[in-house]
Design a binder for this molecule. Sequence first.
Ligand code: GUN
Length: 294
Amino acid sequence: MAAKIISGTQVAKEIREELKKEVEELKGKHNLVPGLVTILVGENPASVSYVTAKQKTAHELGFYSVQDNQPEDISEETLLALIDKYNKDDSIHGILVQLPLPKHIDETKVIYAIDPDKDVDGFHPVNVGRLMIGAKCFLPCTPHGIQQLLIRSGIETEGAEVVIVGRSNIVGKPIANMLMQKKPGANATVTVCHTRTKDMAFHTKRADILIVAAGAPKAVTADMVKEGVVVIDVGVNRIGKSASGKAILCGDVDFDAVKEKASAITPVPGGVGPMTITMLMLNTVQAAKNTLEG
Ligand code: GUN
């Protein structure tokens, strides 16, 4: 049985249409325009392309969007002062500092400097802590996108064996926390595998839902999964360039072989990727709405 292909492109489009209506309503009823600033330090090509895509989407949804480009050699002090300026700016509801940052800047300090109420990435420890205890918070965008893909594709997580490959702060740890919460769209039994896991295949073969954020192309092969598994591939690996110079992408899963065993699988590109940006927009709308609550 060939797997159902879970289209992140399609689900992201649905959510963006919902958001667009919400933005119009906020403008009409409350004279409130969600504001997002994306701060880019230097010119890392992958970061430039991510930030450009985020700004384009913000613009399409009717946000007030600011792209703030800073030179590679900006001092940590100047960057922290810039963040403080946006913390105090009432027209800005969401602040995103694109990572990674140059080596002379302490990323932790930068994340701590963002007002947790404007932390639409969900990286500030206050939001990480709230997530862990199941309180209201900004969910980090990629895990949030994964959970929405599962919910909106009708995939039952309650009681499911979820196996996660990868323990990063951006994906592995937060998605593990989210899916173990006593909440709809969660309630799973969660296992997290990582580089020190002794027998990876032992765990991945038990998965009803397998989430792969390993950071290595084709790290999960067909012999590592069971029939009927749902596979979410978070990997984005640039494995070459097309004749026109466009990056050729592949995921962390051997898609062609695994799709023959899976019941559902996300492609790369067009799976988790489009969801990440959309969740950033959702968080920004949420941040704007939070200001109405006073
Ligand atoms: N770099 C790669 N992914 C992300 C992300 O989700 N947020 C930020 N700020 N930087 C990133």
